[in-house]
Design a protein around this ligand. Structure first.
Ligand code: MN
Length: 449
């Protein structure tokens, strides 16, 4: 399964906007993606200075991610959690569409975007990176930002997680870590790469389960790593064990600049791509970045809270909370204390969480006006507020203690007390006839045109 097959499906549903105006990868394409981030997939067909197309905003809205996985929204977390628990190794194939063109590396031939005003240069942000341990036993797949340094070198941001661990293991033997850098892959591969199964579990296996066994991999030409056979573009590279460069400052999930750091350098040794490859853009700090990072955490929160309350209906790591720091969770509680336990479980399920609101199941967690309504009418700060000072939090939050990594967390229990009459908290409804419903539908249809 490929990005292309998904784009065809979206094309048939009128979800792809084709932009024929000439646009530069430097600021212009990012500014259009930014302005239309809640909208359709954006296909830039006339890229200033490059013969290839750029596609952006592929996973920009939640419903499209559900469509990519062929799953109704209410089953998304279960599907993701099931895939994390039962990864299946993908088929390895020799013949791969991505192997059609092989080229010595010249990164300036690729329309890599320069996104924000103070960025130090062009950054690849949609790449899925895979490596195997030197002994070939452990494979990891994850998403990392890559700063273009010159035609053959990138700086890679390695957060101390799994790829960092593989690199450290290679470094101990004074060896470079060989990686495949795949751009333009099916959304399921992006989502799997953004999730975090334990070290040793290949996220390719998770993606393969999500795709019903239809992911195919191919071995790279010059290095010991694997890439999706149907990717648009694959860079083959080596993360140096001893060469570093300045990386950043760069915009992260918060939409604010992360600090400048010294990070390892990747040497690109080969490039392969489809003949008319698409370059996939992903706007840092935009809704797509937040959704891809946030969805696997929503599934983790769903799991954690499900352990302590009879039923969890929905979880929203809201885009306004950067898809990372704010959660709204709707539950069904049996006892008044359940909602407080739900708050505590949510903090355990996603340690970067800062503010959590728990609501009853009649509240739509994706409608923040309704959530505010619940806080206004069902929450009493004296009883329903939990504040946890000096907990470990996200260093991405500029208001947190940057040196110690400490933050204050807050839980808001906006569920109605079971001791009071339910009637007092129920939204009044109006009986709606078929005729009335039809009329509303008609007017809504008119206002769309
Ligand atoms: Mn991993």
């Amino acid at each position: 399964m490929s990005l292309r097959s998904f784009l065809e499906k979206m094309e048939a549903q009128n979800e792809v906007a084709h932009i024929t105006d000439k646009m530069s990868p430097r600021f212009e394409i990012p500014s259009v993606i930014n302005a239309l981030a809640d909208g359709p997939i954006l296909m830039f067909e006339n890229v200033d200075g490059y013969p290839v197309k750029v596609v952006g905003n592929v996973c920009g809205v939640r419903s499209r991610i559900c469509q990519a996985l062929n799953v109704p929204p209410e089953s998304l977390y279960r599907r993701l959690n099931d895939a994390l628990e039962s990864p299946k190794p993908p088929k390895i194939v020799e013949e791969a569409p991505v192997k059609k063109v092989q080229e010595p590396p010249v990164l300036s031939k690729i329309p890599v975007l320069t996104h924000f005003e103070k960025d130090p240069g062009a950054y690849i942000t949609s790449a899925v990176i895979s490596a195997r341990s030197v002994d070939g036993v452990t494979e990891n797949v994850s998403i990392h930002r890559l700063q273009v340094l010159d035609d053959r070198h990138l700086a890679i941001r390695l957060v101390p997680r799994h790829l960092f661990k593989l690199w450290s293991m290679a470094k101990e033997e004074k060896r470079d870590l060989e990686i495949s850098i795949s751009i333009g892959v099916h959304p399921a591969v992006m989502l799997a790469a953004a999730s975090s199964p334990p070290f040793g579990v290949s996220e390719y296996g998770v993606a393969n389960t999500l795709l019903g066994g239809n992911l195919q991999l191919t071995k790279c030409e010059k290095i010991e790593a694997y890439a999706p056979a149907e990717a648009e573009l694959v860079l083959e590279g080596k993360i140096s064990f001893d060469r570093e460069a300045e990386e950043g400052p760069f915009v992260d999930i918060t939409g604010t600049y992360d600090i400048k750091r010294t990070q390892p350098v990747v040497e690109i040794v080969n490039i392969m791509h489809r003949e008319d490859y698409l370059f996939q853009a992903l706007l840092p700090g935009g809704p797509e970045h937040r959704l891809l990072m946030g969805l696997p955490r929503e599934a983790a929160i769903y799991n954690a809270v499900s352990q302590v309350v009879p039923r969890v209906n929905a979880v929203n790591l809201s885009v306004g909370g950067c898809g990372w720091l704010h959660a709204v969770i709707s539950i069904e509680k049996q006892m008044d204390g359940d909602s407080k336990n739900a708050l505590l479980a949510a903090f355990a399920g996603h340690p970067s969480l800062k503010h959590v609101v728990v609501v009853d199941s009649d509240i739509d967690v994706f409608n923040l006006q309704e959530v505010e309504w619940a806080i206004a009418l069902r929450f009493q700060s004296k009883e329903d507020l939990i504040v946890i000072p000096n907990a470990r939090g996200s260093t991405l939050d500029p208001s947190a203690d940057q040196e110690k990594g400490l933050t204050s967390k807050m839980g808001i229990d906006a569920t109605r007390p079971l001791s009071a009459p339910a009637e007092n908290f129920r939204k009044a409804t109006i009986p709606t006839s078929k005729r009335a419903a039809e009329t509303v539908k008609k007017i809504l249809g008119l206002s769309k045109k």
